[in-house]
Ligand binder design. Structure first.
Ligand code: TXA
Ligand code: MG
Length: 350
């Protein structure tokens, strides 16, 4: 397939490109676009045949439901059966932004979009290009992250092109995504609401609205057959680079010592090692390809750089990626969730 590519200026949007993409989407085609979290791969959420193409382009398991993106709060009314007060409060406070709310769906949402569930995830992104595209399309957009299924999500247009060029109709780009991890998914079909995937809107921020909100305990540990995560997507191997990933957690000095001894061991076996460190610790590692995720004093930067760093270490052909751990608070919960999944929960405490 011939894929068109355009880079848009958020402050001076190219109306012609948006109009063409809107037409493609109404006509059942696929357009990848930037959001504040990661790039999304959009199709008309109300058109089952269009949505099937997303699953094909990504190689995504059919039982994993898609998030439906809207551009105005009012659009939610024709998509869901009822909106509990707590959902209204969360929407008022955090939309537009990196939060997806799960609610009981109306029949207008086809089974292809909801993967046969009777609920649907709705999100109103804050990214200007995303919102204008949804408006131009005139229909809500089903949009998973714009990566080949299982790989780290793309946070810039180059990574999106790498995964999807030749498979979809159009890729539009803007600035690099400023959150860097996907939206927080929160189930409001139950009370208290339950966080199914930690993300840009943190547990602490949500608890300020309702102290009873909690995180699905199943996503904090290695999935097993007794406790399955409630979000179907959380049970798959995910965010995984080609290299195997190991996380080392503990006191900074001990972590550095352990990582350096692991580097030596892997080298003895002829393995190429990459280390994901931080600005504060990067100089502690010798004999490995070392990349900083950013400063520990600005954990938001670490979130922004996480997926791109995993992908660039892969490009450099490392066999093993060893990563430092992060404190599980604020957006650190989302960072550690993605890291643990990319490592298949291979985490060593020192
Ligand atoms: O930030 C984001 O949310 C990005 C951008 C593009 O908006 N999208 C995204 O979509 O991350 P995706 O498809 O990669 O992840 C959607 C997650 C999956 O884990 C899926 O299982 C869960 O949300 N999900 C969607 N609908 C659900 C539902 N009705 N019930 C439970 N989990 C649901
Ligand atoms: Mg994804």
């Amino acid at each position: 397939m011939n894929t068109k590519v355009a880079i848009l200026d958020e402050h001076n949007l190219d109306k012609n490109v948006l109009e063409e993409c809107g037409y493609i989407l109404r006509d059942g085609g696929l357009v990848a676009f930037p959001t504040e979290t990661v790039y999304g791969l959009g199709a008309n959420a109300l058109d089952g045949q269009a949505v099937i193409k997303i699953f094909e382009a990504k190689g995504r398991p059919q039982d994993n439901p898609l998030i439906v993106h809207i551009s105005q709060i009012e659009e939610i009314e024709k998509l869901v059966i009822n909106i509990p007060d707590i959902a209204k409060k969360l929407m008022d406070k955090f939309w537009p932004g990196p939060m997806t709310i799960i609610l009981p769906k109306k029949d207008i949402i086809p089974d292809e979009t909801s993967a046969g569930l009777d609920s649907v995830g709705i999100r109103m992104p804050s990214n200007v290009i995303a919102r204008e595209l949804i408006k131009e399309a005139g229909v809500p957009l089903a949009a998973p992250s714009a990566n080949i299924s299982g790989r780290p999500s793309p946070t810039d247009i180059e990574r999106c092109i790498e995964d999807l060029f030749g498979k979809i109709d159009y890729i539009i780009g803007g600035e690099k995504c400023n959150v860097g991890v996907e939206s927080t998914v929160i189930d409001c079909t139950v009370y208290p609401p339950c966080i199914l995937r930690p993300g840009g809107i943190t547990l602490e921020m949500l608890k300020n609205v309702d102290a009873n909100i909690y995180i699905d305990p199943a996503i904090m540990q290695k999935p097993n057959k007794d406790i399955l995560p409630k979000a179907p997507g959380m049970k798959y191997r995910h965010y995984a680079p080609k290299a195997s990933v190991k996380i080392i957690q503990g006191d900074v000095d001990r972590v550095a010592e352990k990582i350096n001894s692991m580097i030596d061991e892997y080298k003895n076996f002829g393995k190429k090692v990459g280390v994901m460190a931080t600005d504060e610790t990067i100089n502690r590692y010798k004999n490995a390809l070392t990349m900083s995720l950013g400063s520990r004093n600005s954990i938001e930067t670490v979130a922004q750089n996480l997926f791109e760093t995993l992908r660039s270490l892969d490009d450099k052909g490392v066999d093993v990626i060893i990563s430092e751990a992060f404190e599980e608070k604020g957006i650190g919960i989302a960072i550690m969730n993605r890291l643990k999944k990319s490592a298949g929960f291979n985490i060593l405490k020192v």
